[in-house]
Design a binder for this molecule. Sequence first.
Ligand code: ATP
Length: 199
Amino acid sequence: MHLKTLTLRGFKSFASATTLSLEPGITCVVGPNGSGKSNVVDALSWVMGEQGAKSLRGGKMEDVIFAGTSGRPPLGRAEVSLTIDNTDGALPIDYTEVTITRTLFRSGGSEYAINGSSCRLLDIQELLSDSGIGREMHVVVGQGQLDQVLRATPEDRRGFIEEAAGVLKHRKRKEKALRKLDAMAGNLARLTDLTAELR
Ligand code: ATP
């Protein structure tokens, strides 16, 4: 499995559609200060489901949409597509090539798609989570983050290992199931009260 192409449309400084082809091996992005190198990495995190505006170096999520320059008006949407070569079947989906797309509209709505079919954010997160890539897999190591890992508490370190081992997905499912059980218990208590009142 390797990342094949990354296409940015209206994402941060990339107003026009821009496609980066990534060959197997190491890819270096070079350019002057402020030319958008980190924006490329932000796009990668974002398309894989990043939800924190701060992690994307913004104040609010809308900040990822091209905000305009003196010569070009702001755009109404940002869209990023990531194509992954899946010939080795690392992603649990029956396609040898998988394209995930995330779109955010300035009006507030957002859309996700896998190979052109609409899906939920959860579908993208689940697709990526077993493969070793994904938002919470620490595959994107930002400036200063190595320091953070070295200074992490034992609990945080356990978190890193759990993520790498693929336990996180199950932990999240368990938390969701527990929340549902909690809500059910509340409903049951109310029902019991009502039944007692009716007797
Ligand atoms: P450095 O080498 O200094 O780290 P860089 O190449 O990593 O720089 P980035 O941080 O990726 O540069 O890009 C910063 C540029 O992106 C700035 O010029 C900033 O104005 C522009 N930018 C960020 N968000 C937007 C946006 N929403 N709309 C338009 N331009 C944006």
